[in-house]
Design a protein around this ligand. Structure first.
Ligand code: AMP
Ligand code: ZN
Length: 123
């Protein structure tokens, strides 16, 4: 728990969120400002600022979260198969466009177009 961290407060239940899943590793809830028809945030319970802070010791829970993500995407409205799918985003640092300094993964899905802020950048 990091003081004044909004995601730590959501994990603890001090700030409300629309949770769709929680387990020993993480809490998953709807983004308050969705950039796509499906927009979930996967937030580890433990406070890490970003992926820059993880090490080999974190491979277990990170791996479990990666296995969970496609299931959560499907259960929450992302369409299956090559015509559907989802986008997984982890912003790190200022150059990465990170706004909340507690590691999290965005799951984005549903029919396009999406908002420009999460649209696939032009090649
Ligand atoms: P990032 O730019 O990767 O740090 O993304 C932070 C995300 O957190 C943004 O998409 C915000 O809309 C979202 N967000 C901020 N506060 C809340 C909140 N209280 N509940 C749900 N989502 C939030
Ligand atoms: Zn935190």
């Amino acid at each position: 728990m990091s003081e004044n961290c909004i995601f730590c407060k959501i994990v603890k239940g001090d700030i409300s969120s629309t949770k769709v899943h929680e387990d020993e590793d993480c809490v998953v809830f709807h983004d308050i400002n969705p950039a796509a028809p499906v927009h979930l945030l996967v937030v580890p319970r433990k406070h890490f600022v970003s992926l820059e802070d993880v090490s080999a010791a974190d491979a277990g829970w990170l791996g479990r979260m990666m296995v969970l993500i496609p299931r959560l995407a499907a259960e929450n409205g992302c369409r299956p198969g090559p015509e559907g799918g989802f986008r997984l985003v982890a912003n790190a640092g200022k150059d990465g466009g990170q706004e909340v300094p507690h590691l999290h993964f965005h799951i984005l899905g549903g029919p396009r177009p999406w908002q420009a802020r999460m649209a696939t950048p032009a090649a």
